[in-house]
Design a protein around this ligand. Structure first.
Ligand code: BGC
Length: 411
């Protein structure tokens, strides 16, 4: 097997605003934690990246990575529907300028699991498309010369499944009709943001971010096969096929031109799920079949990355960035092994003709893992609890060595 990545292949690490910035009190997540007590811990100051962003960028430099995927917190930019917080805008421009000075490529996400709390109905708000359009336009107008690519929404299907089925994210309901309506609005927001960005910056590549989970029937039984197919339709097809047939999920309404609103796939890949009608204890529908488990209880399956890359490649042959791939573990050697095995799958897929342009490890630093609080350790660096100092881990340097040599080096 070829062990060399193309010369222009980029390696980076990813984060999201709410999970690292701290003191974000204007979005639906802070309400959810504080009023709903739905998380193991509150986010609070997170990694204090709002103040310590230079330290995050220093880590990227120290590891010798090429790129950073980060998100902007919509509710900071727009504390109310029509008012822009110029200080917040200025703060993000400082971060982006600092990244540019340090020659780090920037991949921006506009919405990463949080929504401003003034959107009382969340994704169901009847004006969400208009508001998202304004926000995307503003970011494109202010920052297009500072960013390299943009993805409007981080993995809408995850947001939808956890918020409208599994009750782990706000609004914490299990309501099929609401989930369909939310999906419709998420996709419309992607569409409108794509055009808003292109208006100011026609050259900027705008991507669609999708976590793909393959649902596999336990013991290959007919019932489990049907169930797996059903989950695949809800989680994957409903959020992907529109780029092929331009039809909104279930409602079948067409959005002409939708298939053209993607310049690259942003693929998030972590795990697969074994589906069984009877499920395992507390596991709802999925069970565990192997021993490669992470702190979040996910099985890791590097070969599955080849399958999902092939899947999006067949849907639309456009460039792909792996925008998230990572493991929650306290064992940093295990993290290196995880990275090695997944990068092997990347090389394998490149050989099969998939146009993969880059790989982002999730996450640059240990951070707030939503309903699971601070327990899962995904980071290439840890955060000192009292001082917020960043402590690099060996896995960060390992990924950096690969980035520099463009060669898959054994851990
Ligand atoms: C999300 C991140 C999250 C990570 C690990 C992804 O689905 O985009 O916000 O921390 O998975 O759970």
């Amino acid at each position: 097997m070829n062990i060399k990545f193309p010369d222009n292949f980029i390696f980076g690490a990813a984060t999201s605003s709410y999970q690292i910035e701290g003191n974000n009190f204007n979005c639906n997540w802070s309400d959810w934690e504080i009023k709903g007590k739905k998380t193991l811990e509150n986010c609070g100051k997170a990694c204090n990246s709002w103040d310590r962003f230079k330290d995050d960028i220093a880590l990227l430099k120290n590891f010798e990575l090429d790129a950073y995927r980060m998100s902007i917190e919509w509710s900071r930019i727009y504390p109310t529907p029509d008012k822009v917080d110029t200080e917040a805008l200025h703060h993000y421009s400082e971060i982006l300028e600092y990244l540019k000075e340090n020659k780090i490529k920037v991949f921006i996400t506009l919405q990463h699991h949080t929504l401003p709390k003034w959107l009382k109905q969340g994704w169901l708000d009847k004006n969400i498309e208009k508001h998202f359009h304004n926000y995307a336009s503003l970011i494109a107008k202010e920052f297009s010369c500072l960013i390299d690519t943009c993805m409007p929404i981080n993995e809408p299907a995850v947001n939808n499944a956890l918020g409208y089925f599994l009750k782990e994210f706000p609004p914490g309901t299990a309501n099929f009709i609401a989930a369909i309506k939310a999906a419709k609005n998420q996709l419309k927001c992607h569409y409108t943001a794509y055009h808003a960005i292109k208006e100011f910056s026609p050259e900027m590549p705008v991507g669609y971010n999708k976590q793909i989970i393959q649902f596999k029937p336990h013991k290959n039984s007919i019932v489990n096969k049907c169930l797996s197919y059903y989950y695949d339709c809800l989680f994957n097809k409903a959020f992907l096929n529109i780029f092929h047939n331009e039809k909104l999920p279930i409602l079948r309404t067409k959005i002409p031109g939708f298939s053209k609103t993607v310049d690259f796939w942003g693929l998030n890949y972590y795990t697969h799920k074994w589906i069984s009608l009877f499920g395992g204890k507390n596991k709802k529908f999925s069970i565990k079949e192997t021993s490669q488990m992470t702190q979040t209880g996910w099985e890791w399956n590097p070969e599955g990355l080849v399958e999902v890359l092939q899947r999006i490649h067949s849907l639309k042959n456009i460039p792909v960035y792996i925008t998230e791939n990572g493991i929650a573990t306290n064992d940093d050697n295990e993290r290196k092994k995880f990275i090695y095995q997944h990068l092997k799958s990347v090389l394998n897929s490149l050989e099969k003709g998939v146009d993969i342009r880059g790989y982002f490890y999730w996450s640059l630093i240990d951070n707030f893992e939503w309903n699971l609080g601070y327990k899962p350790k995904f980071g290439l660096a840890s955060i000192e609890a009292d001082t917020f100092d960043r402590i690099p881990k060996k896995s960060g340097f390992y990924l950096g060595k690969i980035a520099k040599s463009k060669k898959l080096i054994k851990p």
